[in-house]
Design a protein around this ligand. Structure first.
Ligand code: C2O
Ligand code: CU
Length: 464
């Protein structure tokens, strides 16, 4: 086993003054290029394509209220488009799939950084090749914080606030990755990686830690639980404190956490009672339609030190974490979208795929108005995590034969991805704001997205 790598932070390369506001604006620069790395022990090197020569890419730590421009220079031989997942970016900076930056070109993306603090991630979104690009390494963390929020909540911070990017991969005997290029349904992978490393371990102290989880797999979703290795049958409690759109309304203790592709959850684990022990973050077998392999039930091992932590890290988690801006309740369903397979084997939303350029704008919410959308999984033994760009939504109902209801941690959150399990129907409510424009929504099984389970909605300034 190998230690957990932590993606390094990227400092801004310059700071300018925004002439309109007089405020500082930070400039960052990243490139897209391929590189070789020893990833899987005892196999050959793996060819990856990442940001600044690493995968996951560097972590961009942003301060709320401080704008940023991030330049992405494409030094690879395929087009790219960058989506900052979790940001209400204006349309030119949202990573529209056809707005690609070709080999040898660069694009500057503007990010306002004024949303509530949250864990975001940046990843490729190029038309038809998003799965391949994200899978080979074009993904990284972008963490928006605000010291006044942090000072008030006193949750674990600094070295005790750890980003964990989960991704399941499949390695060939050569050590190279099996490419999802020719897949039409999914590539689940038989190897769980965290921050790029297969089945790593992490040395921790006997205190509380906060972990920022994102599932960056292209197809695998996880049902996580925590055990002490000495007693693998007993699921230990941990606390969910954040989700896609930042802190939950209140902390939610649980012994199980479902995290699907592109979802983010922040959890607090208290290692205080486990000095000198090993603990493992596990993944349930037979979860939804994910195929199991010999070790896909293991994700990450924690090795708790034997000496007493010198830091003061076991304060209580506050009983209120944030004031979520919940959209107005509404029982009328404005739009119903069915996610399923077309007769030609392609993945469609209401029978339409993104390639159908004339028909792919399938909703026209008015700017600033609330809508309730019903997402229906048409079945066929597949699950679909659905991501809606621009907005944070509230998950208000889940029915059907899959899981039961809205989970307690979904109910206390605002989200931008919701897991639509096999045969499920989910209702979400959102305020379509702040900007007008045409935005994408799609399945975040990236193989489905590429083949063609993506559509668009047009947030209009006038009521249509
Ligand atoms: Cu995380 Cu449209 O994607
Ligand atoms: Cu899907």
């Amino acid at each position: 086993q190998f230690p957990l790598p932590i993606p390094p932070p990227l400092p801004p390369s310059a700071t300018y003054t925004n002439e309109t506001t007089g405020k500082s604006i930070d400039f960052y620069e990243l490139d897209i290029r391929s590189f070789e790395k020893q990833v899987y022990p005892n196999l050959g090197t793996t060819t990856l394509v990442g940001y600044n020569g690493i995968a996951p890419g560097p972590t961009l730590y942003m301060t709320r209220g401080r704008e940023a421009v991030v330049r992405f220079v494409n030094k690879y031989d395929r087009p790219s488009s960058i989506h900052l997942h979790g940001s209400y970016s204006r349309t030119p900076f949202d990573g529209w799939a056809e707005d690609v930056t070709g080999p040898g070109q660069y694009k500057d993306y503007y990010y306002p950084n004024v949303q509530p603090v949250r864990t975001l991630w940046y990843h490729d979104h190029a038309i038809g090749i998003t799965a391949v690009n994200a899978y080979f390494g074009q993904a990284g963390f972008y963490i928006l914080s605000d010291s006044t929020v942090q000072d008030k909540l006193k949750l674990p911070s600094g070295d005790y606030d750890v980003p964990l990017m989960l991704a399941s991969k499949q390695f060939l005997p050569s050590g190279k990755l099996l490419s999802p290029e020719n897949e039409r349904d999914s590539l689940f992978g038989d190897v769980n990686t965290v921050n790029g490393q297969p089945w790593p371990y992490m040395n921790v102290e006997n205190r509380k830690y906060k972990f920022r989880l994102v599932d960056a797999s292209i197809s695998r979703s996880y049902s996580l639980y925590l055990v002490a290795d000495s007693n693998p049958k007993t699921r230990l409690p941990f606390t969910v404190v954040g989700a896609d759109a930042g802190y939950l309304d209140h902390p939610v203790p649980t012994t199980n956490l479902v995290i699907a592709m592109a979802e983010r959850y922040e959890i607090v684990i208290d290692f205080d009672k486990y000095k000198g022990q090993n603990m493992t973050l596990m993944n349930d077998r037979n979860f939804q339609t994910n195929p199991d392999y010999p070790a896909t039930d293991k994700v990450l091992r924690f090795v708790v030190g034997t000496s007493t932590s010198s830091s003061n890290g076991n304060g209580d988690i506050p009983s209120l974490l944030s004031d979520l801006v919940i959209p107005n309740p509404q029982t009328t369903v404005d739009k119903t979208f069915e996610f399923g397979k077309g007769s030609g084997g392609q993945w469609l939303i209401n029978g339409i795929g993104f390639e159908d350029v004339k028909n792919r704008v399938i909703a026209y919410p008015s700017q600033g108005k609330t809508q309730r959308w019903r997402l229906v999984n048409k079945g066929g033994g597949w699950s679909h995590p659905i991501h809606i760009h621009l907005i944070d939504f509230q998950v208000v109902a889940r029915t059907g034969s899959g899981r039961q209801g809205v989970t307690p941690y979904e109910a206390a959150a605002l989200k931008d991805v919701v897991y639509l399990g096999t045969n499920e129907q989910v209702d979400v409510i959102a305020n379509f704001a702040p900007w007008s424009g045409v935005y994408m929504f799609h399945c975040h099984n990236l193989v489905h997205e590429d083949h063609d389970m993506m559509a668009a909605f047009n947030v209009s300034q006038v009521d249509l």
